[in-house]
Design a protein around this ligand. Structure first.
Ligand SMILES: NC(=O)c1ccc[n+]([C@@H]2O[C@H](COP(=O)([O-])OP(=O)(O)OC[C@H]3O[C@@H](n4cnc5c(N)ncnc54)[C@H](OP(=O)(O)O)[C@@H]3O)[C@@H](O)[C@H]2O)c1
Length: 354
């Protein structure tokens, strides 16, 4: 039996945060109650706390935990699961808490051989990479394989700008597992690791004329995921595509300069909260029932149909590189500061909760 009260990190007046005693959430139809064991942090967590949340909203998206109340779904009590919720927007929905409620069909079962912090990192980063690559760029889905497909000179190509970011690490791995020749950018100190998880070509994003070099060497390249999507990277991605143009998926608002840089390149935005299946508003954009249901359905291959579970169990998917942090819920604001100061490089901050 879950208690009626729990501790959670919530937004407080003047865009501060506090650990507070709140009610344990009550799962709605199709949702389960989860006892949270480990959480990981994303830039959206501190951005919600600093700019978007109003007081008393539970912060946090990513989690790994165990089902405490299956609430009529087919997820048995005690099943270990990972995923994410839209933290920082509701008073009864957020992962930086001892318990959370989440839709059963948005969860990934966690194999026993997988570290909980790694499993938690699949939430925002893994689901975003999957949505961007397989729903937006419409790449071929990875099969539930135990071995990597062979690559040759005819293998299709994919550009992941910022492969060392959390989303980028998942995109490099999922692209390679799906049989793509992955080209990526990162600081040189991170190139060796990115090659070890599947990148075929690595470049320093600070290099002069890099887009023209990538484009010249990869004339058939027609798809890119920009894991930074601000400060001009969208244009760099557009310029990197091969001679026939193609599509660049972006994670932040499309930039005018990028839309205009080539008329044979489409800039397409993606927003991972849409896979959760709840209608919601985000800034001026409204995500209605039909849109979120369709996005949720497309992600089922990875969640309820088990691609993530299978790829983690087989060891092909290694998730994010984890940096373990101290202090539980009350230590998380230190993590926000670390991220906000731009210190994150090839690392995912993880906190043990219960
Ligand atoms: N739309 C959505 O649904 C969605 C979902 C997830 C994330 N996001 C957004 O996407 C962004 C990335 O999130 P994240 O958690 O993946 O990031 P992250 O892990 O915090 O990114 C850190 C990495 O960014 C790299 N980097 C910084 N500037 C770069 C540049 N100019 N070119 C290439 N790489 C650069 C650094 O690489 P080096 O250390 O190698 O230099 C570092 O490893 C955030 O703005 C986040 O809010 C949006």
């Amino acid at each position: 039996m879950a208690p009626s009260q729990m501790k959670a990190l919530v937004s407080a007046p003047d865009h501060t945060t506090e650990v507070k005693e709140v009610s344990v959430p009550k799962p709605e139809a199709g949702e389960v109650l989860i006892k949270v064991s480990t959480v990981t942090l994303n830039p959206t967590d501190w951005k919600h706390a600093a700019f978007m949340s109003t007081p008393s909203q539970i912060l946090g998206c990513d989690f790994c935990g165990t089902v405490q109340d299956s609430n009529g779904t087919d997820l048995a009590v005690g099943t270990k699961v990972a995923g994410f919720v839209h933290g920082g927007k509701y008073e009864d929905r957020g992962s930086f808490a001892e318990y959370l409620k989440a839709r059963a069909d948005t969860l990934s079962k966690v194999p026993a051989n997988v570290d909980e912090a790694v499993a938690s990192s699949v939430g925002i980063a893994g689901y975003t990479a999957a949505q961007a690559l397989f729903s937006r760029l419409e790449l071929n889905l990875p099969s539930k394989t135990d071995t990597l497909p062979a690559l040759d000179s005819n293998s299709p190509k994919l550009l992941v700008w910022a492969g060392s970011s959390s989303v980028g690490q998942y995109a490099v791995q999922l692209g390679r597992i799906a049989g793509y020749h992955v080209i990526t950018t990162a600081s040189p100190k991170n190139h060796e690791y990115l090659k070890s998880i599947g990148a075929s070509e690595t470049y320093d994003y600070r290099q002069e004329a890099l887009p023209e070099l990538i484009s010249k060497q990869n004339p058939t390249l027609s798809g890119a995921l920009d894991c930074i999507s601000e400060g001009g990277t969208q244009s760099l991605c557009a310029r990197s595509l091969g001679s026939s143009g193609g599509t660049v998926v972006v994670l932040l608002k499309p930039e005018k300069e990028a839309i205009e840089v080539r008329n044979d390149v489409k800039i397409v935005h993606t927003l991972v909260y849409s896979v959760l299946g709840h209608p919601f508003a985000y800034g001026k954009a409204a995500y209605d029932e039909a849109t979120v249901s369709a996005e949720n359905a497309k992600l089922q291959a990875f969640t309820s149909q088990g691609i993530f579970r299978h790829l983690f169990a087989s060891g092909l998917l290694r998730g994010n590189v984890i940096k373990h942090m101290d202090g539980g819920l009350s230590g998380i604001p230190q993590g926000f500061k670390y991220m906000q100061e731009g210190k994150v490089s090839l690392e995912k901050l993880a906190y043990r909760i219960g």
